[in-house]
Design a protein around this ligand. Sequence first.
Ligand SMILES: Cc1cc2nc3c(=O)[nH]c(=O)nc-3n(C[C@H](O)[C@H](O)[C@H](O)COP(=O)(O)OP(=O)(O)OC[C@H]3O[C@@H](n4cnc5c(N)ncnc54)[C@H](O)[C@@H]3O)c2cc1C
Length: 490
Amino acid sequence: MKPRSLVWFRSDLRTQDNTALAQACARAGGRSGSGVVAVFLISPGEWRAHDHAAVKVDLMLRSLADLSRSLRALNIPLRIQTAPTPGEIPEILLELARSTGCEQLHFNKEYELNERRRDASVIDAFQSAGLKAFSYTDQALAEPGDVRTGEGRFFTVFTPFKRAFFRLWDERGGIGVHAAPPAQAELPIKSSEVPLQVDGWKSSVSPDRWPAGETAARKRLQIFAHQAIDEYKDRRDFPGVDGTSQLSPYLTVGCISPRQCVAAAIEANLAKNPGQKGSPLEFGSPGAVTWISEVLWREFYIHVMTGFPRVCMHRAFQPATEALRWDEAPDRLEAWQQGRTGVPIVDAGMRQLLRDGWMHNRVRMIVAMYLSKDLWLDWRRGERWFMQHLVDGFLASNNGGWQWSASTGTDAAPYFRIFNTRSQSEKFDATGAYIREFVPELRSLSDQAIHDPESLPPLARSRLDYPRPLVDRVKARERAIAAFKDLKQS
Ligand SMILES: Cc1cc2nc3c(=O)[nH]c(=O)nc-3n(C[C@H](O)[C@H](O)[C@H](O)COP(=O)(O)OP(=O)(O)OC[C@H]3O[C@@H](n4cnc5c(N)ncnc54)[C@H](O)[C@@H]3O)c2cc1C
């Protein structure tokens, strides 16, 4: 008799290309075996500690409902239980395994420090109870630790990481994508109802903004790969243009896998360049190649987070930068959070975050650098606000992006290269379309003045219902550079 298995879904809410599900189903033996039971844990203590945004929890729950329907078609019951605190998780899973007759647990790895500790205690509990637990590489394209420098260390710079990743990919002959498993024989186990909401996480973002589930995610990927990927390189930096995939929320909750993303990009690349020599990860359509490279930034940051777990503990990647003395200025922080800094491109970005739970990558960099360098506020405050509001909040990428912007991280922006918000705005939102969408107070300004309302004649400026800039840009820049210079010399 084949064993019955429990599959623990977490940030992998899909049936296609789900390694743990595919492995558990293969071991359980399909129709003739004794089957698979799925479980998802509502984990308020963990979600609160990790600042999960309401919009992200909403996408998770709606995607869970979609997963439940897909699993039902495969005759896999889905049990949903609440684990008020992470410490209760091992016992809850063990109890569920016992009550559903499961001898094995399967799950895909997560790499945040607390998650790794939690998973280690679950594996211990299962082994102590004489049951088996299996974990799989799935959230990352390669297991963190498999891509190393010549000296055997984790990479801290992206481009050499990417080259080493390409070599590994070639050695492994690429990475396959799992199909959804076949339907199993019905089990006498009832599925749970998927809750519509969890107390404490009420999203104000319209659910239509982020259609949920793996079918919606795959559709978005297909449309992007067929219709937009070729122009990605030229359009990706302009927030007023719909030029990026907007797949980050789906990667975060796991409605789509990074393998599916790379496979679709390779397919699009080969379709356009059939005779192309060299790896389709690196050569061919500049759009597809650039997009794959962006997906690898996510991979890079997962590997960094695993190799340098201090970044999960609110610590700077570059320990020396812990000595920087940031300002305590709650009024400045609040103005930034609410999109009232008096810098139009920054305010547009922060208001996009509040409206959609998402922000364009170029603007994320601008607002992050503005908070840390111009406002001289601790990057951790911005990192936290992002996690509390992003639908795609993902510790590895969020921390990586913040530490890059604040010049405290791996591969960081050099401290003396501080974005000029005005020239960024003029370059990447030349017509002001993005600012006009999110800062209606400035809609009537010319394409030039919209980037800097302070350039208006005094009377025209005084008629605007729009705040004055919080800080003098030139002085702020000098101050930030001096603080970093002091650090280097001390
Ligand atoms: C300060 C800051 C905070 C960020 N926080 C997050 C976060 O919490 N979650 C998150 O997924 N991304 C984060 N990013 C990275 C990036 O901004 C988003 O992944 C991207 O904007 C998502 O849009 P998209 O799906 O259209 O991306 P696309 O341009 O279509 O890229 C495809 C995928 O590649 C990955 N990717 C692209 N750029 C990056 C990058 N710079 N770093 C890491 N992965 C990348 C994402 O998974 C993305 O979905 C952050 C960046 C900065 C500068």
